[in-house]
Design a protein around this ligand. Structure first.
Ligand SMILES: Nc1ncnc2c1ncn2[C@@H]1O[C@H](COP(=O)(O)OP(=O)(O)OP(=O)(O)O)[C@@H](O)[C@H]1O
Length: 680
């Protein structure tokens, strides 16, 4: 049976089941159809590879459950929402699973970057791209290369050297770091932002001398503006004088003083604040004081229109001056950026590389206007169902490029578009993600399609415990009230009214720590407090129920280190790094100490590890004292009493790989299986 096309937007907060709903709707499309190949007509878009992988996993594992007759939570919901019986669902799931696995490349749950890549690849010839172009996902490191090339030209290219020196001097004037390379790397990221890069394209054929010429022109213009400004001041003073008026004839001499400053100081006085008083005088028509005689008053009244005209002129020149000043301040950075961009283009051309961050623009410029059926034909798939997760992170171009394809799909019956997102969770602004776009789509005003749009919300937070949900509700409703922007205010106040699920309890408490003068103390103040809290909560919660979030990675590492030192078992992506394994660090330390026997710090680190590892029952200071001043040979000899058998003379004769094995064996580092050591 044919159904009209549908367009739904789920606008809901974290943990409310947006992805869950998306997977459910995805499965409903597959299971409602008699055609087991329907999955080839569905495109689900996510933002990260991890999310795409997880969604694929969720779809496949649910199909597997349904095929095996398992009636999980999702099954119970789906069976009530589709016009298909249990047995049919079981049989269809089995068949669909089979065909998906046989035609896995047509199972389109993909990141938006992969999808755009697919479009670009199928149009490579038309775009004049070499068919074997490489895609560089790590644009930041390519930018780094471009910056390095630019810096390497210092000294050889005279104009460029001057530009970079000017740039560095500007930085030091602004009290910024003189470390130009780091600064440029950071600064050059602008070139990856879809919104900013649009403007850069207009500069692509500009050379360094174009910028230098522009700078000279701006300087000249600045001089002219100064002169014109002074003249306005002078003209007004002359006008006053020509009427035989004195400055004191004016109320508090405000007007003559103002124009005198313009005449004497040009832009070097606080024009903006002073102009407020002039505006006030004009608004209230208060040019002279009450005691002024009638004759003087009428002389002033007579020249008021000219004074106002001169004042308005001064305003216009002042705004031109500000604009010019800003342009002058930014011309050097702009020229630098343009040169980095040129280097980047060259690296790309020489290495046959395309940046995936540029694909959206390429599609927008060259492909978007092609008829949708033609694009579908090229990519080899015609989608009828679109699902987009984390819609708040789509950029303007990404969405604009998708609209014609989706519009074409929605023109048919039985098609659908489902968008899910949360404006509060926008994390891709740095590369052009436009949360406002989703916020608008989640309101009644915007609908780019001819299909009725249904806006839905999900009220219950299924992920968190009640204490956390209620804390978030009251915290964000309260703080959101202070936001100036009404749309954001509404987002936070209305978007934080989540309903609790069956998980009751949890713990939330807020503390603010006083700043610490002592640098060392300040570093561990926060980790110390975290440890104190963990110890307080230990009896109520197990460690795996406590999560620590930090603002920066560095803060996370400091806390992880502190907690580990204080015997709290932790899991973090940092601690999972091989470089943080104490045993691996020890192996490297032994290599270092044998290479450089006088490295006291490494010797100390090595002994520190051994004290723990060998369960030495002497105190640390005593143990260190006993070994610290000995040479390597004697240290390893003396460690025999702790069961260590490590012959330095034999070690030196071994090939590198076996050297590592000798350390592992000699120091009993694998008495329990250790993935880090094995992997190392
Ligand atoms: N209707 C439901 N019934 C039972 N469990 C659900 C339901 N909806 C969601 N869940 C569970 O709640 C958790 C959060 O769901 P999900 O990840 O889909 O939320 P989300 O809104 O996409 O979150 P985020 O915005 O953080 O990405 C998951 O473990 C999911 O299985």
């Amino acid at each position: 049976m044919q159904k009209p096309a549908t367009f739904e937007v789920y606008n809901a907060s974290a943990g409310s089941g947006k992805t869950f709903t998306l997977v459910k709707e995805y499965l409903k499309v597959l299971l409602s159809s008699e055609d087991v190949f329907t999955f080839q007509k569905v495109l689900a878009i996510t933002f990260t590879n991890k999310a795409a992988g997880e969604m694929k996993e969720r779809v496949l594992s649910n199909l597997e459950d349904f095929a095996n007759g398992k009636q999980n939570d999702l099954f119970k919901i789906i069976i009530n929402e589709v016009a298909v019986d249990k047995l049919t669902i079981q049989e269809r799931s089995k068949k669909i699973l089979e065909v998906i696995l046989q035609h896995y490349s047509a199972f389109s749950i993909t990141t938006i970057d992969s999808f755009t890549h697919k479009i670009i690849k199928s149009f490579a010839y038309d775009l004049g791209l070499p068919l074997n172009f490489e895609v560089e996902m790590d644009a930041i490191s390519l930018l780094g290369e471009a910056v390095d090339v630019l810096i390497s030209k210092i000294g050889t290219d005279k104009q460029l050297t001057k530009l970079l020196i000017d740039y560095t001097l500007d930085k030091t004037d602004d009290d910024k770091s003189w470390d130009i390379s780091r600064d440029l790397n950071e600064f050059a990221k602008v070139l990856l932002n879809e919104d900013d890069v649009r403007h850069f394209r207009l500069l692509s054929n500009k050379k360094l001398e174009d910028f230098t010429n522009l700078k000279s022109k701006l300087f000249l213009h600045q001089k002219e503006l100064k002169e014109t400004f002074r003249r306005i001041g002078g003209d007004c003073l002359e006008l006053i004088e020509s009427k035989g008026l004195e400055h004191k004839d004016f109320m508090r001499s405000t007007i003559p003083k103002f124009f005198k400053d313009i005449n004497d100081k040009s832009f070097n006085f606080n024009y903006l604040t002073r102009s407020l008083t002039i505006e006030k005088a004009i608004d209230n028509q208060q040019y002279y004081s009450k005691s002024t005689t009638g004759e003087v008053a009428s002389l002033i009244e007579n020249i008021v229109p000219q004074i106002i005209e001169l004042y308005n002129k001064s305003k216009e020149i002042f705004s031109q001056f500000l604009m010019n000043k800003l342009a002058l301040k930014n011309i050097i950075p702009l020229a630098v950026l343009n040169n980095i961009n040129l280097e980047l283009e060259q690296i790309k051309e020489e290495n046959n590389i395309q940046l995936n961050s540029e694909f959206n623009q390429l599609i927008s410029d060259n492909i978007k206007e092609q008829p949708a059926p033609f694009i579908y034909e090229r990519i080899g798939q015609r989608f009828q169902h679109y699902f987009i997760d984390e819609m708040q992170d789509t950029s303007t171009l990404q969405w604009q490029n998708l609209i014609p394809l989706i519009d074409n799909a929605l023109a048919q019956e039985n098609s659908n578009l489902l968008l899910v997102g949360d404006g509060k969770q926008a994390i891709y602004r740095w590369r052009g993600g436009k949360a406002e776009q989703f916020i608008e789509l989640g309101s009644d005003t915007v609908n780019p399609f001819h299909v009725f749009k249904e806006i839905k919300s999900l009220e219950t937070n299924y992920r968190s415990y009640s204490e956390v949900i209620n804390f978030n509700n009251s915290f964000f409703q309260h703080t959101g009230g202070f936001l100036q922007n009404n749309s954001y205010k509404n987002l936070f106040v209305e978007g934080n009214k989540q309903v609790e699920n069956s998980k009751k309890g949890g713990f939330v408490s807020l503390s603010f720590l006083e700043d610490e003068k002592d640098k060392e103390e300040r570093k561990i103040k926060y980790p110390k407090k975290v440890l104190e809290r963990i110890n307080q909560l230990k009896n109520q919660f197990s460690l795996n129920e406590i999560c620590i979030l930090t603002r920066t990675k560095k803060d996370g590492v400091t806390i992880a280190k502190y907690l580990t030192e204080n015997n709290v078992d932790i899991i973090s992506s940092e601690t999972l790094l091989i470089q943080n394994s104490a045993k691996v660090i020890f192996i490297i330390d032994v290599l270092k100490i044998l290479q450089n026997p006088n490295d006291e710090e490494t010797r100390f680190n090595m002994l520190y590890f051994l004290h723990e590892h060998l369960n030495v029952n002497k105190s640390k200071p005593f143990f260190f004292k006993e070994f610290a001043k000995l040479d390597n040979q004697t240290i390893f000899e003396n460690l025999k009493i702790y069961g260590i058998s490590f012959e330095v003379s034999i070690f030196y004769q071994l090939p590198f790989y076996e050297k590592i094995e000798a350390i592992i064996r000699g120091f009993n580092l694998l008495n329990t299986s250790d993935a880090y050591v094995q992997f190392f």
